[in-house]
Structures are given as C-alpha cells and as structure tokens.
Design a protein. Structure first.
Length: 316
C-alpha cells in the first residue's frame, strides 16, 4: 500500500513539473516568427541605390503583395541603435494585411538625440534637438556632433531607394511614389511609422511634409533643458498634415511616460488618437531585461493589434 502511494505521489510530482515546463515554454513562444513567403521581399543596400554612401550600409528591407498595385507605402524608422535586421514582425504583418507595402529604411540610428542633446551642450544650444533631427532627416545643414552626411539622411536615402526600385523592380510600379518632374517622394502616398527616435523623426517630418499619416510609438522625448525636463521647442511647430492623421502610443509604466503625454498635447494630436497603453509586459525569451522595458511594448506586444489596426487604417 505504501509503495503504491509513493508511486502515485511520484507520478503526480512528475506531471506537475511537466505542466510547469510546458507553461514556461508557452510563455516564451508568445512571438513566433512570421512567415512572409507569400510576399515579395527585397534587400537593397543603400550603396546600391546611391554609390556615394560609404557608412551604415546595412540593407533596406522592402516587403509587398504583388497583387496590389496602388497601395500606400509604410515607411518604418527604427529607434536608436536599431537596424533593419530586427523589425517588428507582428506589426509588419498587420500592416500588410491592412493593404500597405513596407519599406524598412536603413539609416544611421546612432547616436540618438538624448545622447547628444544633453548637459552643457544643450544648455548652450536649446535648439539642439531640432538641429539634430533636421540633419538626420534632410542632411541639408551643418550639425557637427553627429557624423551623418547628406547621403546618410533619411529622406535622401528614401528618395534614392524609390528611384532605384522604379528602375530595377518594374513589377512593383514604384514610379507612382515619385514626382516625375522633381524625382522626389510623393508624400501623400507614404505613411511613416517609427519607434522611439524613429517616432520623433515621424513627428518632425509631419511638420514639414504632407505625408498620408504618421504613427509614433513612444517617440523620442527631446528637451530644451535636461535639468528641468522642459520639452523641446520644436514640438510647438504646426503640423503640415491634419492632426486627425497623427497617432501616438506610449506605455504608462515607461520612463518618459509623463513627457510623452505632454508632447502629444503640444503636437495637438487628438485625444482619441493617443493611446496610453497599460497591459502587462510581453514575456521575453532572453534573460536580459532592458533598463526601460516598457518602452518597446507598443510596437512589440501583439495584444495591441486592435490599436495597430485603428492607427494604420487602410493602406489601399
């Protein structure tokens, strides 16, 4: 009798251990790899599109459905230190399902604004953040603290890529996104989405170009005074596009949540277009916990897909 009881207890313990291991494994697999094989995918090095490029030559990524001919481009701008080797796959698949074609642009993502526009340098130049972003986006003025050259800037690289695709990927009918007289992007056919530094770039561009829409995921928090955390003056500049086409998210538990909420108000983003996220953090498979773990929740956690769909709208 005692042997049977011991055996039963042992079996129960083994079952409990197996259940526990299965639960842990399931938690680690919340973000499976997405299969993009149904879409045409291209990798184009910036130097292929523009031979003057010498630095930061990791490939642009292009993904689209060949059956859709007249949809909008969704331009993806990564955060500081990011690259096109690591993209938000679940969000990309949602965007493709909404009818967009995607360009994940390779541009110099380091250093970030917060790494340059701080301390004594910021106190001597309160417009540091605006000058930084202008240089990294347009490349059309001198800003010595960062090494970016004209050919490294976001819009010159996008323009050269679209010109390259229009010549080398006829199937994609890319010429529809270029003004044939100027060779520049037709912004009304391009939506921009960015994370962190990239989100701030999207907001800055929306003050200068008539893009279709922008989505900022925890867009950068630029200061004019880092001691008092006074937000940068450029946020008060009027948007060129309709505020109804501007969307932003941040997680209520991320480090700069207060500043990000203030920035959304300063940009006059409609309250219904601002999403203060509050769901539990997605389970991570690696053991390293970032210093600001909630900062990437909006773009990485599939629980927010209904919000993604609302912000994206239709890409057709």
């Amino acid at each position: 009798m005692e042997k049977k009881t011991s055996l039963s207890t042992m079996i129960l313990c083994i079952l409990l251990i197996m259940i526990s291991l299965s639960a842990n494994l399931a938690a680690q697999q919340v973000s499976p790899a997405i299969d993009f094989s149904a879409y045409k995918t291209l990798k184009v090095k910036p130097s292929e599109a523009d031979p003057s490029v010498k630095n930061w030559d990791s490939a642009h990524s292009v993904i689209y459905d060949k059956a859709i001919k007249n949809n909008k481009v969704l331009l993806w701008l990564t955060g500081t230190g990011g690259s096109t080797d690591h993209v938000p796959q679940s969000f990309f698949k949602t965007a493709l399902d909404q009818g967009y074609r995607i360009i994940a642009l390779s541009f110099m993502s380091t250093p970030g604004v917060s790494q340059v526009c701080k301390g004594d340098y910021l106190s001597k130049n309160v417009d540091c953040a605006a000058e930084f972003r202008r240089k990294r986006i347009y490349g059309d003025h001198t800003f010595l603290p960062i090494p970016d050259q004209y050919q490294d800037a976001i819009i010159p690289r996008l323009t050269k890529l679209l010109q390259y695709l229009s010549k080398n990927d006829k199937e994609g009918t890319w010429s529809q996104y270029l003004n044939q007289s100027t060779g520049k992007p037709i912004w009304s056919k391009i939506a921009i989405v960015g994370q962190s530094q990239g989100g701030g770039m999207a907001e800055f561009i929306a003050q200068h170009e008539s893009v279709a829409r922008i989505i900022s995921f925890s867009g950068g928090w630029d200061y004019s005074d880092s001691k008092t955390k006074k937000i940068a003056g450029w946020y008060s500049q009027k948007l060129v596009i309709s505020p109804q086409n501007v969307f932003a998210t941040y997680h209520v538990k991320e480090a700069a949540a207060t500043e990000l909420a203030e920035i959304c108000k300063e940009l006059h983003i409609p309250a219904e277009n601002v999403f203060a996220l509050d769901q539990p953090m997605i389970q991570r498979t690696n053991k390293r916990t970032p210093s600001n773990p909630y900062h990437v929740e909006g773009i990485k956690n599939p629980v927010y897909q209904p919000i993604w769909i609302k912000m994206l709208g239709s890409g057709l």
